[in-house]
Design a protein around this ligand. Structure first.
Ligand code: DGL
Length: 282
């Protein structure tokens, strides 16, 4: 038993897709979430920048004494997964659990992957799928406008803008005849209805946030580190930009009022102070 919180981070709102599932399947767990809203999006940035941001995000969560770190971000998992694997606490990104779920779901052996430009450029999902079954065909497409649409509240299924954008991005994957589509960026499940409408009802959508939460539960179970407080867990949220917009979106998405639990953190200042402490300890 370990009652310390689970640490979850993303560049913005997307990681809430993992948090929502954690609240469903592990309601006793305490969660500390960091959304780097001041620096979103990550997916259009260079490898070096993504590595730097990911290291700072992980250090921030570690400062909250978390028992597990979840990179609920396809981009970080794809580009900076090695940083997570080197942490002194258990870690999971989204790529491996999501790839596994897609291999189990496909019937015709054709899997589509959508993600940020950095994720698709890394080839992480393709590699993870082929490590499980090299006979599967993988079709990849980056969708760089999806994250800004979600962050700007343009994700409701009756909005024609995301629909038009989705039609354009998803056309090659429809053409390829994929029967399973990985939403490889944790922001994308917020566009789920639009994506499903465009792909058609026969295509199975795999939600990277949800699969990762399930994997986290397995990890904690194996480590005998599930929370056994007997009470509903607490969630604290930290963001690197204004708390207001995040509070509203998170309350809506998680279907609970989280307004009082959202705080601002200057992540750059934190990172500088953390680097000084680490230096003086060395
Ligand atoms: N949710 C992040 C992901 O899964 C979004 C990345 C971004 O900020 O571009 O990739």
């Amino acid at each position: 038993m370990d009652n310390r919180p689970i640490g979850v981070f993303d560049s913005g709102l997307g990681g809430l897709t993992a948090v929502r599932e954690i609240l469903n399947i592990m309601p006793q767990e305490n969660v500390v979430y960091f959304g780097d809203t001041g620096r979103v999006p990550y997916g259009t940035r260079s490898r070096e920048t993504i590595l730097k941001y990911a290291a700072q995000d992980m250090a921030f969560l570690r400062s909250k004494d978390v028992k597990l770190v979840i990179a609920a971000c396809g981009t970080v998992s794809s580009v900076a997964g090695a940083l997570g694997d080197a942490l002194p606490v258990p870690y999971t990104g989204v790529v491996r659990p999501t790839a596994l779920a897609s291999c189990l779901a496909t019937r015709n052996g054709k899997i589509g992957v959508i993600g940020t430009t950095a994720t698709i450029r890394s080839g992480s999902y393709r590699r993870a799928i082929h490590a499980l079954d090299k006979h599967l065909s993988v079709f990849e497409q980056d969708c760089p406008l999806f994250v800004p649409l979600v962050e700007n509240d343009f994700y409701h299924p009756d909005n024609p803008v995301p629909r038009l954008v989705a039609e354009r991005y998803l056309a090659p994957l429809k053409q390829a005849g994929v029967d399973t589509l990985i939403m490889g960026c944790t922001h994308y499940p917020l566009l789920r209805e639009t994506i499903q409408q465009v792909m058609g009802p026969q295509v199975v959508l795999i939600d990277s946030g949800r699969e990762t939460a399930a994997c986290a539960m397995e990890l904690l179970r194996k480590e005998n580190a599930l929370c056994e407080s007997g009470e509903t867990g607490r969630c604290s949220f930290f963001v690197s930009d204004s708390t207001e917009g995040f509070s509203k979106a998170a309350s809506l998405f998680l279907d609970r009022d989280v307004t009082d639990n959202v705080s601002y953190i200057d992540i750059v200042e934190f990172a500088e102070a953390h680097a000084k402490t680490t230096e003086s300890e060395a």
